[in-house]
Design a protein around this ligand. Structure first.
Ligand code: KIV
Length: 284
């Protein structure tokens, strides 16, 4: 049985219809509590393969497996009632061809209840996207910086500056024509993101792209400031939870060492309060 048997309130069709109208709000999530917190605020909750770096300490997304995506996808599904759940296809689960992609996309959707998958690539993925969409699998595409290709891209650089912009634009056209319902534009120059947004009939969802995109997505741990070691230019920190959490942990450690935690209010008496009251002598 699927982890989430309710039909999603927001679907690929809803997102497509927001093109040029209402900005699409998207964030990544990897756990049930985080999904619950964003359910009323986000249109699309993405179980990104960034989970590998953010929660598992991997050096890149290349080590993320189907099993990791399914486990986190199921956790996120349990936290959502309204928002659309989209799940990333991990590296190596779709690139061989449309049949491999279909088998793994169907498994991700079946075992998590996700309403769509996301995969990286432009022109080279068009045939796969069209195969999936023709068989009931809504696809969110992802062009520009595609982190699963860092070894061929030469790192996490901005993509599409100068004449290279033409190939990002071509990729966005290709995925739209293939039937993707939206396309993530990652780390592309602002003007190129605006040009693509005007040119393609599907919503563009920017991350390090432009406020002119049809929507925005951020990695939730980045925008909450869960860690302080590194902040990409395109991330705005809306909170500083990492610093708050570390200060709380340090305070706890100091109190345990000083034996000031637990205090009287955190420990239990020999008798429950009700039993103690019943035993107390009557005032009559
Ligand atoms: O894996 C991820 O979190 C993503 C978003 C950054 C778009 O692909």
């Amino acid at each position: 049985m699927s982890a989430n048997t309710q039909a999603p309130k927001i679907t690929a069709g809803t997102i497509l219809a927001q093109k040029g109208k209402t900005p699409i709000v998207s964030l990544t999530a990897y756990t049930t509590p985080m999904a619950q917190m964003m359910d009323a605020h986000a249109d699309v909750v993405l179980v990104g393969d960034s989970v590998g770096m953010v929660l598992h300490g991997l050096p890149s997304t290349l080590g993320v497996t189907m099993e990791m995506m399914i486990l986190h996808g199921q956790a996120v599904a349990r936290g959502l009632k309204e928002a659309m759940l989209v799940i990333d296809m991990p590296f190596g689960s779709y690139e061989e061809g449309p049949e491999q992609a279909f088998g793994n996309a169907a498994r991700l959707m079946r075992e998590t209840g996700a309403a769509a998958v996301k995969l990286e690539g432009g022109v080279e993925m068009a045939a796969t996207i069209s195969f999936l969409t023709a068989r009931g699998i809504p696809v969110m595409a992802h062009v520009g910086l595609t982190p699963q290709s860092i070894n061929t891209l030469g790192g996490y650089k901005v993509q599409g500056r100068d004449e290279a912009g033409a190939s990002v634009l071509e990729g966005a056209h290709a995925v739209a024509e293939a039937g993707a319902f939206a396309v993530v534009l990652e780390k592309v120059p602002e003007n190129l993101a605006n040009e693509i947004t005007a040119a393609v009939p599907i919503p563009t969802i920017g991350i390090g792209a432009s406020a002119g995109c049809d929507g925005q997505v951020l990695v939730v741990d980045d925008m909450l400031g869960m860690f302080t070691s590194f902040k990409p230019k395109f991330v705005k920190r809306y909170a500083d939870l990492g610093t708050t959490a570390e200060a709380a942990i340090a305070e706890y450690a100091a109190e345990v060492r000083a034996r000031s935690f637990p205090a009287a209010e955190h420990v239990f008496a020999d008798q429950a309060p009700a039993a103690a009251a019943a035993k107390a002598p009557s005032k009559d």
